[in-house]
Write a protein that binds this ligand. Structure first.
Ligand code: OSB
Ligand code: MG
Length: 368
């Protein structure tokens, strides 16, 4: 397939809820979108980096710069045998995996559309719907937490993940577990703890959590391995796995028993599939994480989640939870905790160009 043209926008989407995590409060999402066109077809991807480097080191401004000045010039006007070849064209560059993933993921969508096959099928997935849960931000108190959990349990979500931080961990978990003795419950600390907090984290062992997500530093594997030796609950790695090599090292060290795969964090679908395969070889389940994506990123996540070792529910809950208006036409709604895989070639979703024309800032439009 040939990449003939690229368009790059940024859309600012107001979040329907206030999302508080250990690194701050979010009320809107800055969404960079990249469309690659060739032979009358279009592949689209979303950048999941944020305005500020709070989750990992990448930023929206950095990604826009790299796409315009470095990455897009390497792929425009070229013909590729497959998306792996697009990765190879960007392979000499270090880090910045979320920015590179925008090119790679748009290429997968474009290639799948060229072949007239759903993206999930092309990746090797077979499911027609995937199990999903929700990630709930830090609430003002235990009662609000339990109420919030109840609303989402009632909607059928298959897993509840609570954001925690030092000083807000045992309380919400205990209150939730008492109210819902049987739900699949997890927590995510987004790197807010150190090994000095071992006693606090050990207290979470009594609540039958499926895993504790990324308690320690965003770039650490070694301390996670030490913590895992001190805890009964499996650790789940998010921030600190950016490649299949990281996954291999983390699992070999015993840094955790579960991996949260975010396509963009690891540099795209090809690397995400390799992380999936490494985890499977270690007998470690994976699930697909979310970054408060618009419909574009959400559709990519759903397709990736059709691979067989995605045996735990992912973060890709209904788009209508997040946005009053999405950037795509198709609704992406879970029912009873099951998200249907969008049908049709590629991601199966299409950009709402009327909406983009009204709210998006066009950063680049370039032809080969
Ligand atoms: O750590 O999983 C995370 C959102 C932004 C940054 C990091 C994370 C998250 C979420 C939200 O947990 C998941 C979602 O609903 O998309
Ligand atoms: Mg996380």
């Amino acid at each position: 397939f040939r990449i003939e043209a690229a368009e790059l926008w940024v859309v600012r989407l107001p979040l329907k809820f206030r999302f508080e995590t250990s690194f701050g409060v979010q009320t809107e999402k800055l969404v960079p979108l990249l469309a690659l066109r060739g032979e009358g077809l279009e592949g689209v991807a979303e950048g999941t980096m944020e305005f500020a480097p709070m989750y990992r080191e990448e930023t929206v401004a950095g990604a826009l710069h790299l796409l315009r000045e470095v990455f897009l010039p390497r792929v425009l006007g070229r013909t590729f045998a497959n998306p792996e070849a697009v990765n190879d064209a960007l392979g000499a560059f270090r880090g910045n995996r979320m920015a590179r993933a925008m090119v790679e993921m748009a290429a997968w969508d474009l290639w799948a559309r060229t072949l007239n096959v759903p993206l999930g099928t092309l990746l090797g997935g077979r499911k027609t719907q995937v199990e999903v849960g929700v990630s709930l931000g830090i609430q003002p108190d235990e009662a609000a937490t339990v109420e919030m959990v109840r609303r989402h349990v009632d909607q059928g979500y298959r897993r509840i993940k609570l954001k925690i931080k030092p000083g807000w961990d045992v309380q919400p978990v205990q209150a939730t577990r008492e109210a819902f003795p049987h739900i699949r419950l997890t927590v995510d600390a987004n790197s807010a703890y150190t090994l000095a907090d071992t006693a606090r984290l050990r207290a979470l062992d009594s609540f039958d959590l499926t895993y504790i997500e990324q308690p320690l530093a965003w770039d650490d594997l070694v301390d996670h391995a030490e913590l895992q030796r001190r805890l009964a609950t499996p650790l789940c790695l998010d921030e600190s796995v950016t490649s299949a090599q990281d996954a291999r090292k983390g699992l070999a060290l015993g840094a955790g028993g579960v991996i949260n795969i975010k396509v963009a964090r690891v540099g795209g679908h090809a690397e995400a599939r390799r992380v999936h395969d490494v985890a499977q070889a270690f007998g470690a389940p994976v699930w697909c994480g979310g970054m408060l994506e618009s419909g574009v990123g959400r559709a990519h996540n759903i397709h990736l989640s059709t691979l067989p070792n995605f045996t735990l529910p992912g973060d890709t809950s209904s788009a209508s939870r997040y946005w009053a208006t999405d950037v795509i036409h198709e609704p992406l709604e879970a029912e009873d905790g099951l998200m249907p895989v969008p049908a049709g070639p590629g991601t199966g979703v299409t950009l709402n160009r009327e909406f983009l024309a009204r709210v998006a800032e066009l950063h680049e439009e370039r032809r080969a």
